[in-house]
Design a protein around this ligand. Structure first.
Ligand SMILES: Cc1cc2nc3c(=O)[nH]c(=O)nc-3n(C[C@H](O)[C@H](O)[C@H](O)COP(=O)(O)OP(=O)(O)OC[C@H]3O[C@@H](n4cnc5c(N)ncnc54)[C@H](O)[C@@H]3O)c2cc1C
Length: 356
């Protein structure tokens, strides 16, 4: 049965993207906006299970466009979310001797995108094994607190009169030129627009995508760092190395490793892997070769979730947004942001659209 209480928009997914999309739609004049999530709260999936890095371009020497956009969005993100930013640490980008990027190339790249980068002082250089690490640079990068973001978004959604349906699964039933019928738990709701902001489930809510997604089951390890790097974050570039930095939501450090964070990858959902055993031991052992004090870190457990990237961006690590109206209806739109600060690219697209 179709509910008589039709909505202007239903947003599936109360992650960082779905919440912001809903707020922007209200600001753009939509009346009744419903956000639905199968979790019991906001930002419980990828928006929480990630490395909490506010990207500032450094990660993307192979995609200048992504690096430049990251730099611009970094400033916007920090300005808009001062309450959720942890910046009381020194962030080092270390270049391994077997890196795909040389120290001089990294410095030139930072110069090109205007990102701060200078030789690390000796007390920071001493943290590394110089047989394996060629150079270490002091940079500017911060971490975000996903719990603070969730608390802020909940208050803003309530103030904006957005309806929240938590603990409710959603699925597209039918779409046509005028909108979509969505099943929200036991009820069917008719909406003028449907936004699919489900990240790992983007191709699993009844909406056919033209873009191909690659998914990875990923592990972010949580560690209590040795006191010597309690106020330091490190990313070793560029190859099968690691990154550790503050994880503000838990008051500890996160640790990821290019080789050990991904447990499995698939394109066809039939190949999906959901259960696995943690790799934190391997991450710490390998990381300690480059940074010996990692051997004294205490594992606190691991977070697992599915990471999604557009298959077309695999080679250059680019992180463009996906904003894809479905083939069935231009009013059914799937949105994917490869990183948190991409929200500004999504909001810019929403602003430029006619939603009448
Ligand atoms: C391992 C890892 C590390 C990362 N590191 C970083 C980083 O350091 N910095 C950075 O900027 N980005 C990072 N990212 C990317 C970042 O996490 C994502 O870009 C971002 O969180 C996506 O937000 P979202 O709102 O689209 O997804 P999510 O937060 O996953 O929200 C999607 C929501 O949809 C809900 N949902 C799904 N299906 C349904 C359904 N049928 N019905 C109802 N609800 C449904 C889910 O429950 C979920 O809450 C990382 C990602 C991973 C996985």
């Amino acid at each position: 049965m179709i509910s008589s209480a039709d909505a202007d928009a239903v947003v599936i997914g109360a992650g960082f993207f779905g919440c912001h999309v809903a707020l922007r739609l209200r600001r753009l004049g939509m009346g009744r906006v419903i956000v639905v999530d199968r979790e019991a709260g906001l930002l419980r999936r990828a928006s929480y299970v990630n490395q909490a890095r506010v990207h500032n371009g450094y990660h993307y020497p192979r995609s200048l466009g992504t690096a430049v956009r990251s730099r611009r969005n970094f400033v916007r993100f920090c300005t808009d979310h001062p309450f959720a930013i942890a910046d009381g640490f020194e962030k080092i980008y270390a270049i391994a001797r077997q890196s795909h990027v040389s120290p001089s190339q990294f410095v030139a790249f930072c110069g090109e995108i205007g990102a701060p980068c200078r030789e690390s002082p000796s007390h920071l250089r001493r943290l590394f094994d110089t047989d394996l690490i060629e150079s270490a640079f002091l940079t500017r990068e911060v971490a975000f607190d996903a719990v603070a973001l969730a608390d802020d978004l909940l208050a803003r959604l309530q103030a904006a009169g957005v309806e929240l349906r938590l603990g409710t699964s959603a699925r597209l039933e039918a779409a046509d030129a005028a909108g979509a019928t969505v099943r929200l738990g036991g009820a069917a709701v008719r909406a003028r627009y449907l936004f699919n902001c489900t990240y790992a489930a983007l191709d699993d809510v009844g909406i056919r995508l033209r873009n191909v997604l690659k998914k990875e089951l990923t592990e972010i390890a949580l560690i209590e760092p040795a006191p010597v790097f309690a106020h330091i974050g490190v990313t070793v570039m560029d190859g099968p190395f690691f990154s550790t930095m503050p994880f503000p939501a838990r008051g500890c450090h996160s640790l990821s490793h290019v080789r050990y964070t991904p447990h499995a990858a698939w394109i066809d959902t039939a190949d999906a892997l959901t259960r696995t055993t943690p790799h934190v031991g391997a991450m710490l052992r390998d990381g300690a070769r480059y940074m010996p004090s990692l051997a004294r870190a205490r594992p606190l457990g691991s977070l697992f979730d599915i990471k999604v990237v557009l298959l077309s961006t695999e080679q250059d690590d680019a992180r463009p947004i996906l904003f894809e109206p479905s083939a069935e209806s231009a009013r059914v739109i799937s949105i994917l942001g490869g990183k948190i600060d991409n929200i500004y690219d999504v909001l810019d697209v929403l602003e430029g659209h006619d939603w009448s």
